[in-house]
Design a protein around this ligand. Structure first.
Ligand SMILES: O=C(O)CCC(=O)C(=O)O
Length: 254
């Protein structure tokens, strides 16, 4: 469970870091799971061109029980329930890695802009990102502008109409939008931490990440939870591994 102060931080800043959420054997087995995933393949896997290392695996829990167990972990379900305050399900899951000296940027965006097209109704989904490597200033941390989830949808333009899961994002923002958000809200913060920390962020908070210039591959297991009633069907849904249609409730009760 998180405290009232932590909940307040999430509500006002649009993010929260919970240090040392996973430790010991649980953490070690999650890290080993990411190593096992490197050896698998399928449409869920997006890889770097040169090294062939994973950039994203969607629905990694399909391939690994350790990850499936984590999604169902009671403490995580309770924390997400505290934030959402209603029944929710797993909307999307992915392992995003950043290979050192290879992976590119994810430029500034709000996730809800993209998820609206998947039928999401309101921008109140929450993403829980489990750090499965240390994340420092060099290896491509998530950068975020605290408070921008309160802005609603910021102005953006259609950049890559065909973009599905592409670093050349479908929608991008102008530099003037970025500067006005930094002036109106707060300076950009890099979300640094150690393997095992949990980072929670709002689906409308502006965020980005730059290239990994460090020596350590960066790994984030990103789980997005959406209220059950916050979705409608769309005519051309993305594949189920990208946007889940199974809305099994993840209950806060054991
Ligand atoms: O992995 C990253 O650095 C950022 C990914 C991201 O922004 C996203 O999945 O929305």
């Amino acid at each position: 469970m998180i405290t009232k102060e932590q909940l307040k931080h999430y509500s006002s800043k649009g993010y929260l870091i919970l240090p040392k959420m996973y430790q010991g054997e649980v953490l070690a087995s999650l890290i080993t799971a990411t190593e096992r995933l490197e050896k698998l393949d399928g449409p869920e896997f997006f890889r770097e061109k040169n090294s062939g290392k994973i950039r994203t695996v969607f629905a990694p829990e399909k391939f690994d029980q350790t990850i499936a167990k984590l999604i169902n972990q009671l403490e995580l379900r309770q924390i997400i329930y505290q934030i959402l305050g209603e029944d929710f399900y797993l909307f999307q899951s992915k392992l995003n890695t950043k290979a050192c000296l290879e992976s590119g940027v994810w430029t500034w965006h709000q996730d809800f802009k993209f998820w609206k097209e998947d039928g999401m109704l309101q921008a109140n989904a929450v993403t829980a990102a489990v750090l499965l490597s240390d994340v420092d200033i060099a290896n491509g941390p998530i950068l975020l502008i605290p408070g921008t989830h309160q802005e609603g949808e910021v102005s953006s333009y259609l950049n890559n109409p065909e973009g599905v899961h592409d670093e050349n994002l479908k929608y991008m923002i102008h530099p003037s939008t970025l500067s006005s958000m930094c002036e109106k809200y707060e300076p950009i913060v890099p979300l640094l931490g150690k393997a095992g920390d949990l980072l929670l962020f709002h689906s409308n908070v502006l965020h980005a990440s730059y290239q990994n210039m460090g020596y350590l591959d960066r790994k984030l297991l990103m789980l997005t939870f959406n209220p059950i009633r916050n979705i409608q069907e769309v005519e051309h849904p993305r594949p189920d591994y990208m946007v889940k249609r199974n809305k099994a409730v993840l209950s806060p009760n054991s």
